[in-house]
Design a protein around this ligand. Structure first.
Ligand code: EPU
Length: 437
């Protein structure tokens, strides 16, 4: 049975919502619990598909998981992990299983992980993960379906990543914490979600320091202990709702929106004409009288403009008076979702060149990774199939802004990553129903 969201457009968002824990931190922290034996308790847990999927895998391996959805707590007891092989049914579902390589290697000396998946936003290879694990002393064999990892003992080493990959940095950190000796990761990712993972690992007993120029130094320890940890708030969820407030000319207070982790986003939002007020426990975003202005920006690794903020910003820029440019430098194929927006009335063109900033590694790659948006354009309701999580949220906002009715299918992508999305949109005054075919 397939489910659809049906949205009556022409609305503005008004009210207050509360942000929950970050998808891109909690899923990794659930995996990190496997590095200790016993019961770890995580707090501020969002009710999202990726948490259910990650905990299902841990249960398959033998962990006991208890997720109290209302309270937002999740406990993982790892005492009885008995399998080192992630079932093949989890292949292609998300990017989490590959991060289990380190914890399983430390426990069993081997790990079997099926091929990876995730949103359809480019090829998303695993070469940095694999070569990092190899440098730490892991033997890796790919049999065409799964990766087979084996190692007697991981040994600290120096690794320089070709690009500051979030997943590869997390993978190497989780493999290095219990390795013998010191591991240095250069050109590493330093996103706030990684810092949160490092804080959890430190509470568990790890010794990890951050040095200048994107460097992590991990001093291996003998053992880690279970802990209680509160997950960092979701800065992508916060930015997504912030843009929605302004693009719909509404007024939304986002409790738990953290200025520290939204600093770059807030600068770009202000340049685009968005108004906000920082409060003691969140940020209020309002757009009733906003003059939406065009911008030329590019996505980048932290502390740059996040690639996951790009999609809501594109929606806002369809309402700017003039021509805006967004250059995507993290993923080579993250703009195909704009075709559906053009169907709704937007004027968006894609280019293979690096527009609006520096040359990136996708220059001459032939990928359409720059986007030119001409506004303002009114939007009209449409029937849309969602291709990935962040595009899905943007379609939802576009549907709220559009005149008429829209229907969105493949909503499982949105529900994978946004906590109680229906409840939150309805609380902000949106008329949104779920239809089942
Ligand atoms: N890359 C490689 N080889 C690798 C790993 C990455 O070439 O072995 C490339 C990727 O193809 C991409 C770039 O490096 O072009 C960055 O990828 P990264 O590894 O940083 O991404 P990820 O860890 O797979 C996480 C988030 C993404 C987020 C990116 C960038 C999770 C589960 N996913 O992905 O979030 O966009 O970092 O910040 O943490 C989302 O939440 O919707 C989402 C896609």
């Amino acid at each position: 049975m397939s489910r659809k969201y049906v949205i009556e457009g022409g609305r503005y968002l008004k009210g207050e919502i509360k942000i929950r824990g970050a998808k891109n931190a909690i899923t990794k922290e659930i995996v990190a619990s496997m590095l200790a034996s016993g019961k770890t308790v995580l707090e501020n847990i969002p009710d999202i598909g990726d948490v259910s999927l990650t905990t299902q895998i841990l249960e398959d391996l033998g962990c006991v998981v208890n997720h109290e959805k209302q309270a937002g707590t999740l406990s993982v007891n790892t005492k009885n992990i008995k399998k080192y092989s992630v079932p093949f049914e989890y292949s292609g579902i998300n990017r989490i299983p590959i991060l289990m390589a380190g914890p399983l290697l430390h426990k069993f000396g081997q790990a079997v992980i099926p091929m990876m998946g995730g949103c359809d936003i480019g090829p998303r290879p695993l070469d940095f993960h694999i070569s990092g694990l190899e440098k730490l002393g892991t033997k890796v064999v790919f049999d065409g379906k799964s990766y087979h990892f084996s190692a007697d003992k991981l040994i600290g080493t120096k690794i320089e990543l070709p690009f500051p990959s979030v997943g590869a940095t997390e993978n190497i950190i989780m493999a290095a914490v219990l390795a013998r000796g010191v591991t240095v990761i250069k050109n590493a990712a330093i996103e706030p979600e990684i810092v949160d993972l490092v804080m959890m690992l430190q509470s568990m007993g790890a010794i990890i320091s951050q040095e200048v120029d994107r460097t992590w130094v991990i001093q291996g320890v003998e053992r880690l202990n279970p802990v209680q940890h509160r997950v960092i708030n979701d800065r992508i969820e916060a930015a997504s709702f912030a843009v929605s407030a302004i693009a719909t000319r509404g007024d939304v207070t986002i409790k738990g929106a953290d200025q520290l982790h939204l600093q770059t986003f807030l600068n770009w939002l202000r340049k685009a004409g968005g108004e906000f007020e920082v409060l003691s426990d969140g940020i209020r975003f309002y757009g009733k009288d906003a003059v939406i202005a065009p911008i030329a920006a590019e996505t980048a690794v932290h502390p740059g403009l996040m690639t996951d903020w790009q999609q809501p910003l594109v929606i806002l820029l369809t309402q700017a008076s003039g021509v805006s440019v967004l250059h995507e430098t993290v993923y080579e194929n993250r703009f195909s979702y704009v075709n559906a927006l053009n169907k709704m009335g937007a004027k968006i063109q894609l280019f293979k060149e690096c527009l609006g900033g520096r040359q990136c590694r996708f220059l001459y790659s032939g990928h359409l990774h720059s986007c030119v948006i001409t506004g303002p354009t009114p939007l009209t309701g449409a029937e849309i199939e969602i291709p990935d999580l962040r595009a899905g949220f943007s379609y939802l906002v576009a549907a709220v802004m559009a005149q008429g009715r829209s229907s969105l299918s493949n909503i499982r992508y949105i529900e994978r990553g946004y906590d109680r999305i229906l409840e939150k949109f309805r609380a902000l005054g949106v008329n949104i129903e779920v239809e089942e075919d």
